[in-house]
Design a protein around this ligand. Structure first.
Ligand code: PLP
Length: 427
């Protein structure tokens, strides 16, 4: 039964463009009607028709502990009862930033409301510090929808088939150099040509927005060295990977120390809350102490800070170990089912984060490789899984996310659904 979701989608489309407030929520690339969710608990979503779905989106990453974790809900409720926004500094902000500083190499961080704001602000800071205009990014890496970063930007755009977007001026993207991911020669050549003009190189610490395409061995260290050799700043975007692939993020896996970093998703515990940070000498260029302006009415919001802080404090080493075990189990089951049905595929991972490419390639190392997928096979697979009560990301270019609440029962429900979905993908 999906009649209520269908009726809600009709109502939504009358007042909201496309019926959604973020394009990836629509089912454009897989067809059909998105489920409208009315509640969530642990590993499950409940839609408007009362269907219970195992959630493998986890709000696109944030819900590391699962939905409506009792301690997180209690912290949010308690904070909200003390007022929802003051427009003045609060103790909770210090605690949240101190937790981030404890887990990552950043010495200082500033809180913002979204990953987009974090990357937009960090690049302004990098440009302000260096006095240079250009930035380097990689095709298939998504850093949010700030104008200068909406060039060859991965999943949302890949899914919709929009190469960039109208509304971004040629002048803006003229300062953005887009390179193929994992391509050292391209990086070396770009810095040889434009080195003195480049303020920053920004990369997803381990890309998850063209599907999961991990950095080749030593690639992040090479990026850091190359940027610094030319007086540019190395910015690692850990909005997706931060506090998810390890206690700190990709930094916890490869140990490469960036100059500046961005965070979001998990650190907000499901609220609009993100951050950018780095060495204190660099962060000291921000207003009010420094000359680079950056601000936000709701930044460091006390309810969001309570949600984020409680989530991080509950995200212990055991949680990360458990996520790793579950991810291994699920990856193996997906491969077995697809192999059994003769569906060409490739599973790639970064810690517990993984995605499934519907391709016969042996490896996907960049956006061009990721683009060569059988999206029709994915759509068939997706709908069969949804019919069986499993909510996958509605795009072949997205990572699948697990939470600490995905217990045996939830994983079994997914595993049980896989063979039929694999057969659907084979047809
Ligand atoms: N950076 C990365 C790596 C992301 O994955 C995302 C969102 O998916 C963003 C930035 C933008 O974050 P937000 O959607 O909170 O603006």
């Amino acid at each position: 039964m999906t009649a209520r979701s269908a009726a809600l989608f009709d109502a939504a489309r009358r007042v909201i463009p496309g019926g959604v407030n973020s394009p990836v929520r629509a089912f454009n690339s897989v067809g059909g009607t998105p489920r409208f969710i009315t509640s969530a608990s642990g590993a499950y979503l409940t839609d408007a028709d009362g269907n219970e779905l195992v959630d493998l989106i986890c709000s696109w990453g944030p819900m590391l502990l699962g939905h409506a974790h009792p301690e997180v809900v209690a912290a949010i409720t308690e904070a909200a009862a003390r007022g929802t926004s003051y427009g003045a500094p609060t103790p909770a902000e210090i605690d949240l930033v101190a937790e981030i500083v404890d887990r990552t190499p950043v010495e200082q961080a500033r809180l913002v409301n979204s990953g987009t704001e974090a990357t937009m602000s960090v690049l302004r800071l990098a440009r302000g510090i260096t006095g240079r205009d250009k930035i380097v990014k990689f095709a298939g890496c998504y850093h949010g929808h700030a104008d200068s970063l909406l060039a060859a930007a991965g999943s949302g755009l890949a899914t919709l088939g929009i190469p960039g977007t109208p509304g971004v001026t040629a002048g803006t993207t003229a300062d953005t150099i887009v390179l193929p991911y994992n391509d050292r020669a391209a990086v070396t050549a770009a810095f040889a040509e434009h080195g003195p003009e480049i303020a920053a190189l920004i990369t997803e610490a381990s890309p998850g927005n063209m599907g999961v395409v991990p950095p080749a061995e030593g690639f992040n260290a090479f990026l850091a060295e190359t940027a610094r050799a030319h007086g540019a700043l190395f910015v690692s975007d850990e909005v997706m990977t931060g506090f998810r692939v390890s206690r700190s993020g990709q930094f916890g896996l490869d140990g490469v120390e960036p100059d500046l970093m961005t965070f979001g998703k998990v650190m907000g515990g499901g609220f609009p809350c993100a951050a950018f940070g780095g060495r204190a000498d660099l962060m000291g260029h921000l207003a009010p102490v420094g000359e680079v302006y950056q601000a936000g009415t709701l930044s460091g919001n006390p309810v969001a800070a309570a949600a984020g802080l409680t989530t991080l404090r509950l995200a212990t080493d055991e949680v990360y170990a458990g996520l790793g075990t579950r991810a291994d189990q699920l990856r193996a089951a997906v491969s077995e089912a697809l192999r059994g049905a003769g569906v060409p595929h490739l599973v790639q991972s970064a810690g517990s984060m993984f995605s499934v490419f519907f391709t016969d390639a042996d490896e996907v190392v960049d956006y061009a490789g990721a683009s060569g997928q059988d999206t029709a096979a994915f759509a068939a697979f997706f709908h069969a899984m949804l019919d069986a009560g499993v909510h996958l990301p509605p795009s072949a270019f997205e990572a699948w996310f697990l939470s600490a609440a995905h217990d045996d029962a939830a994983i079994d429900k997914v595993i049980t659904a896989l063979p039929e979905a694999a057969r659907a993908a084979a047809r």
